[in-house]
Design a protein around this ligand. Structure first.
Ligand code: IPD
Length: 282
C-alpha cells in the first residue's frame, strides 16, 4: 500500500467515525439548534466536536501532515495538508435534515490528492484518490453523459459572503437554458452529485477551500470538468467554483464566466479502463 492509499484508508475510517459522532449530535427537525457566526452562517455543537476528533486522529496517524479545519482555523504546516469541513451543509444539519456531510480532503503541490465525503444521514460515502478512481459506497462513479442543458439539472450554490445579484443572474441563466434549478445547501454534496452523474453542474460565485477540497478529488477521478479552484489564491481566500459533466462544461463556462481548462470539455469519452476502483474500496 503506497502513501496515498494508506491515507485514503485512514480517511475513510475516520470520516465514517466522525459521521457517526455527528449523527449522535444531530438536532431533531424544527427550528435551528445552532448559533450564528454571521447572517445565515451557522455553527453547531457538532462542528467543533467533529473537527477536534478529526484533527486529533489525523495528527496521530500522520504527524508529518498539515491540517486546516473550517471552524478552529487551526493550522499545522506540512507538504501534504488535510483540509476538513466537519459539517458541510450546516444549515440543513442544524434543522435535523439529511443533506450534509463530513468532508475530509488532502491537498499537496497545488492539487487535490484524495477526498472522502461521509453523509451518514443518507447512508452514503464518496471517496477518491488521485489515479485510483472515484466511488460511492465502494462502487465506481462517473459524471453524466448529458450534452444539452435543456435536459439537465444544475445547482447554483448560495452563501451570504457575496451579494445576491450574481446568484440571481446565474439562476436566471440556468433556467433560461432550460435546465432544472437546484439549491441544496451543501456545496460538497452538490459537487459529489455532479461526480456521480446525478446532476450536470454545480456553480457558485464564491466558496471556501474546506467546502470543496474533498469533492475536487472525487470530481476529477469521476471525469467531471472543474474550474481551477486551487489556483489564484483559492487555498487562502476561496474562489468561484464550476463543476460540470464534460458535455455541458463549455456551455456552463460561457454562462457563468468561470473558465474550465479546455482539455476537460467536449464529448464524453468512456475509454476502456477509465473507471477504476481503489484497492481500499474493493
Ligand atoms: C456552506 C455550504 C453551502 C455553500 C456555502 C458553504 P457550510 O458550507 O456548502 O451550500 O453554498 O458556500 O459555505 O457552512 O455548510 O459548511
Amino acid at each position: 500500500m503506497n502513501a496515498l492509499e494508506r491515507r485514503l484508508d485512514v480517511a475513510l475510517q475516520l470520516a465514517e467515525r466522525a459521521g457517526a459522532l455527528a449523527m449522535s449530535l444531530r438536532p431533531p427537525p424544527g427550528a435551528a439548534v445552532a448559533t450564528l457566526k454571521s447572517a445565515q452562517d451557522w455553527l453547531t455543537e457538532a462542528d467543533g466536536a467533529v473537527e477536534a476528533f478529526l484533527s486529533r486522529h489525523l495528527a496521530e496517524a500522520f504527524p508529518e501532515d498539515g491540517f486546516q479545519g473550517e471552524e478552529t482555523g487551526s493550522g499545522r504546516a506540512g507538504a501534504l495538508r488535510w483540509v476538513v469541513d466537519p459539517i458541510d451543509g450546516t444549515s440543513n444539519f442544524a434543522r435535523g435534515a439529511s443533506r450534509w456531510c463530513v468532508s475530509v480532503g488532502l491537498v499537496g503541490d497545488g492539487e487535490a490528492l484524495l477526498g472522502v465525503l461521509a453523509a451518514p444521514a443518507l447512508g452514503e460515502v464518496f471517496a477518491a484518490r488521485k489515479g485510483g478512481g472515484a466511488t460511492l459506497n465502494g462502487v465506481a462513479i462517473r459524471a453524466a453523459r448529458t450534452q444539452d442543458l435543456a435536459r439537465g439539472i444544475v445547482e447554483v450554490g448560495w452563501s451570504p459572503r457575496r451579494p445576491n445579484a450574481p446568484f440571481h443572474d446565474l439562476a436566471q441563466k440556468v433556467m433560461a437554458a432550460g435546465a432544472m434549478l437546484r439549491a441544496g445547501g451543501s456545496g460538497a454534496m452538490g459537487l459529489a452529485d455532479v461526480a456521480a452523474g446525478r446532476m450536470d453542474a454545480y456553480v457558485e460565485v464564491h466558496i471556501n477551500l474546506w467546502d470543496v477540497a474533498a469533492a475536487l478529488a472525487i470530481l476529477s477521478e469521476a471525469g467531471a470538468a472543474t474550474s481551477d479552484f486551487l489556483g489564484r489564491n483559492g487555498m487562502l481566500d476561496g474562489n468561484p467554483i464550476l463543476a460540470a459533466a464534460p458535455g455541458v462544461a463549455d456551455a456552463m463556462a460561457e454562462m457563468s464566466g468561470i473558465p474550465i481548462p479546455a482539455r476537460q470539455t467536449g464529448p464524453f469519452t468512456d475509454a476502456p479502463g477509465s473507471i477504476r476502483v481503489s484497492p481500499a474500496q474493493s
